[in-house]
Ligand binder design. Sequence first.
Ligand SMILES: Nc1ncnc2c1ncn2[C@@H]1O[C@H](COP(=O)(O)OP(=O)(O)OP(=O)(O)O)[C@@H](O)[C@H]1O
Ligand SMILES: [Mg+2]
Length: 217
Amino acid sequence: MIHIETKLRQALEQIAEVKRILCAIEFALQKQECATLLITSAVQGEGKSLIAAALAATAAQHGNYRVAALDFNWYRPALHRCFDRALPHSLKALYSAPLSELVISFGPNTPDLLTAPEDYADQSALTDQAFPTITRLIGQAQDSYNLIVIDSAAVFPTNRMMIDPVMLSGIATGVVMVVLSAVTPKQHVRKAQKIMEAAGANMLGVVTNQRMISGRK
Ligand SMILES: Nc1ncnc2c1ncn2[C@@H]1O[C@H](COP(=O)(O)OP(=O)(O)OP(=O)(O)O)[C@@H](O)[C@H]1O
Ligand SMILES: [Mg+2]
């Protein structure tokens, strides 16, 4: 039985909306054999991780395909919390092991999960190997899964420790930008979109997140 964070459970309870978003994403990606979806946002804390987890969980539950959720926000990792897991491996393990040895499998109809490394905060451990490693892991995921959902960092502020979502967008087949409704300034969203587009990202659209307060939307 998969253990999911309460907020992820709440997100899944609004299944109609998550399914609709997924439906639009599937349409935009034209039923490719393997779709790699990058979830990002203009600024931090807009709900990327929660929405990435909800999309991956819903796709695995309802779709007839294999799904992986990859946490490539090593700056502020969170996917493991959505699935109630610790961070089981080090950056060194990520650098050398194949994806199949790193993912957590929950069983049928649930996404496999690649968490961020447990020593993500160790600046000295984050070397030039990071980006080639991520490219390799995504390539291995593309050989094994039909849908790959990548949780990434926000576009702003840029940070040396961040795996840049703009660079990841070149590997993804589609990019979804999460916007926290009535909170994120429009100019930040536009600027982030422009930066992604200039880097060649296939922008699929924006998901508007309304943070629920006391169980209400
Ligand atoms: N729709 C929502 N309803 C309730 N809580 C939410 C909602 N969306 C996000 N949250 C909560 O807001 C916080 C930030 O969400 P989340 O971690 O998904 O954002 P993020 O964009 O991934 O942040 P970061 O930039 O740090 O990676 C979390 O505690 C999450 O559970
Ligand atoms: Mg996050």
